[in-house]
Design a protein around this ligand. Structure first.
Ligand SMILES: O=C[C@H](O)[C@H](O)COP(=O)(O)O
Ligand SMILES: C=C(OP(=O)(O)O)C(=O)O
Length: 363
């Protein structure tokens, strides 16, 4: 007679099927708890809402200014990010007749292969992955920057993260590596702010047009609610998404011809005709000096009356260039210099903001 499988045997066989590659599961704070610990003040709420409304007015052509999202490639040192925010807030105020300036405050880095994945994932920069601390640090910084009256922009990469921070964000981005992802398009359909969606790393613009169309529609999908529990969401769609031309492996795509072609594609898809230009990434070949050339060319076109470019994205920090992070040796990093993509320094950035403002005033 063959032995009959008992409860212990079936528990053993289940253990052989599940979690074979998960080495630990740790608790995650809930979005509701984090929001209670770091609440949005009335002044911050005003900055966030106004930041969003002004961006939408520019994207819809009701406001003739330029949306400029500018800041470090990634935040790795909140103190340096705050120093940068103080400088940028002054310029944002001074140039507000021509530019709507939003600070790029990116905490999630999509890597080509491997690398530090941002302050939320590893806030100690040492491979300890204290995500709860990362979420707290990120939310606190977003609130502190907004309290200066400066709206913030973030890339959304992990579909769970927005519940923790999205109420503080005035402009969002979907990166080149996730523009084709249905999960991210569904997420965009729910987000309460305008979202720029990038062309692919290969330079395919149609994927960003398709994403913009998908994000404008209603979706039903699974996510987490404010208590951190799985829930089904039904969304109404986000009409404020827009394409970001970031160049690609085949070269830059910030030229007037690609802008015209993209506006045509948007029209054919029944979408509003507007684009944003990323002066960095594939448009600069990741050489921070070339961002200034992209901006100069763009400022010339804007000054000459070109329409359709509603916004510009710049990678800029206190000091120029980039440096390598060795995990666990953050103390050795040079203050104010990027640890992901190379950035322009502050004086160069301030000059380019002036150049863009003059172009807008002149058109
Ligand atoms: O903007 C940041 C980077 O370009 C992106 O995260 C990819 O970086 P990587 O190619 O260094 O991984
Ligand atoms: C990751 C980024 O860019 P891209 O998705 O264009 O590579 C970014 O803007 O930080």
């Amino acid at each position: 007679m063959s032995p009959v499988a008992g409860p212990a045997d079936s528990a053993d066989s289940l253990r052989q099927l599940d979690n074979l590659r998960t080495t630990s599961v740790r608790p995650l704070i809930s979005p509701a708890l984090l929001r209670e610990e770091h609440p949005v003040s009335p002044a911050v709420a005003k900055t966030v809402a106004q930041g969003r409304a002004e961006a939408v007015d520019i994207l819809d052509g009701r406001d003739d200014r330029l949306l400029v999202v500018v800041g470090p490639c990634s935040v790795h040192d909140p103190a340096a990010a705050m120093e940068y925010a103080g400088l940028l807030a002054e310029q944002a105020q001074r140039l507000r007749d021509a530019l709507h300036i939003v600070m790029r405050v990116y905490f999630e880095k999509p890597r080509t292969t491997l690398g530090w994945k941002g302050l939320i994932n590893d806030p100690e920069l040492d491979g300890s992955f204290d995500v709860n601390k990362g979420l707290r640090t990120a939310r606190r910084l977003l609130l502190d920057i907004s309290a200066l009256g400066l709206p913030v922009g973030c890339e959304f990469l992990d579909p769970i993260t927005p519940q923790f921070i999205a109420d503080t964000v005035s402009w969002g981005s979907i990166g080149a590596r996730t523009a084709a992802s249905q999960v991210h398009r569904q997420l965009c359909s729910a987000l309460s702010m305008p979202v720029g969606i990038k062309n692919s790393t290969e330079g395919d613009v149609q994927v960003a047009v398709d994403a913009t169309k998908a994000a404008a529609a209603s979706h039903v999908f699974a996510g987490i609610n404010a208590d951190g529990l799985a829930a089904l969401f039904t969304t109404s769609g986000n009409p404020d998404c827009h394409v970001i031309l970031r160049g690609g492996s085949a070269g830059p795509n910030h030229d007037a011809g690609t802008v015209r072609d993209t506006l045509d594609r948007l029209r054919q898809a029944g979408l509003p005709r507007r684009v944003m230009i990323d002066a960095s990434h594939g448009n600069s070949g990741k050489d921070h000096h070339r961002q200034a050339e992209v901006v100069a060319e763009l400022a010339g076109r804007i000054g000459a009356g070109e329409r359709g470019v509603a916004g510009v994205l710049l990678e800029s920090f206190l000091r120029a260039g980039r440096q390598d992070l060795t995990l666990g040796r953050a103390a050795e990093l040079i203050y104010g210099r990027s640890i992901t993509d190379a950035c322009m320094d502050w004086p160069t950035t301030a000059a380019l903001l002036d150049e863009l403002a003059s172009a807008v005033r002149g058109r």
